[in-house]
Design a protein around this ligand. Structure first.
Ligand SMILES: Nc1ncnc2c1ncn2[C@@H]1O[C@H](COP(=O)(O)OP(=O)(O)OP(=O)(O)O)[C@@H](O)[C@H]1O
Ligand SMILES: [Mg+2]
Length: 252
């Protein structure tokens, strides 16, 4: 197997005196979907905010241990560079409301002052929208505001915006929790297609979603990584009693 894109080693995080992640070890494999699953408050969002160096921006928040991106220590890299290499899609679709669809897709370049030629921009916009399965729906109105789109389309626009930067890994924090079942199914199918091109770490508290789309699953509970392995193994013969109870709906 190829070496992992991301490795989290003996990693802990806290808010003030409160530990929220305790000695986490996991790795994210190239062009696979890894699900981070667990009940509300277990630390899923905190972990992905540590991965893109957002956690440390909170007063009194801190971390210990290491995270490696392709063998490079993330915490020794420039955080701006980290956020360019690591794409992020949030729970609520958040296209820039004053920007057109086109400008939204290319925003990672324009906001970072990266200059590219017009035909190169056109190419990136089309390619990213195609990858996000949105091109056919918006190709005739690229210069209208992104906020006119439906919730599911807006979320795909946010996915296109992240993909436009050609990230090493795409972090998705419950990307379907604000969407209806139809838009959710569409995004789940998209995630399954995207992994041919990009490595995905998907946060979800939806057990069925983890089972449907992921290759590997990590189960977090109260800041502990209880179990991590292939989705098939974790869902059929979990090692830990807490995993078994969570999967059978006993808590969370
Ligand atoms: N800014 C903050 N200051 C202090 N504590 C925080 C802060 N943000 C989160 N926490 C706490 O850290 C713990 C982990 O929160 P986190 O948001 O990572 O959970 P989560 O697994 O993403 O939950 P959910 O499924 O509800 O999104 C929780 O106990 C939460 O209350
Ligand atoms: Mg969360």
């Amino acid at each position: 197997m190829e070496s992992p894109v991301l490795r989290v080693e003996n990693f802990s995080a806290h808010f003030g005196d409160t530990p929220v992640l305790k000695d986490i070890n996991l790795s994210v494999q190239h062009n696979k979907v890894t699900a981070l699953m667990g009940p509300s408050g277990c630390g899923k969002t905190t972990l992905i905010r540590c991965i893109n160096r957002m956690h440390e921006l909170i007063t009194d928040a801190g971390v210990a241990g290491c995270i490696y991106l392709h063998d490079e220590d993330l915490y020794k890299m420039n955080p701006i560079l980290v956020r360019k290499k690591i794409g992020m899609v949030f729970q609520r679709p958040n296209p820039f409301p004053t920007m057109s669809i086109y400008e939204n897709v290319i925003a990672g370049y324009s906001l970072n002052g990266i200059k590219i030629k017009r035909d190169e921009k056109d190419r990136i916009v089309e390619e990213s929208l195609r990858k996000a399965a949105l091109w056919e729906e918006v190709r005739d109105r690229l210069h209208r505001k992104g906020s006119f789109l439906s919730g599911g389309q807006q979320q795909r626009l946010c996915i296109a915006r992240a993909l436009a930067m050609n990230p090493d890994i795409l972090l998705m924090d419950e990307p379907t929790s604000a969407l209806d079942p139809k838009a959710t199914a569409y995004i789940e199918q998209l995630i399954c297609e995207l992994k041919n091109n990009v490595t995905i770490l998907l946060v979800t508290h939806n057990i069925a979603q983890a089972a449907r789309v992921s290759d590997f699953t990590a189960f977090l509970y109260l800041g502990d990584l209880v179990e991590f392995g292939t989705t098939e193994k974790l869902f059929t013969v979990p090692d830990d009693k807490r995993t078994e109870e969570y999967l059978s709906g006993k808590f969370g």
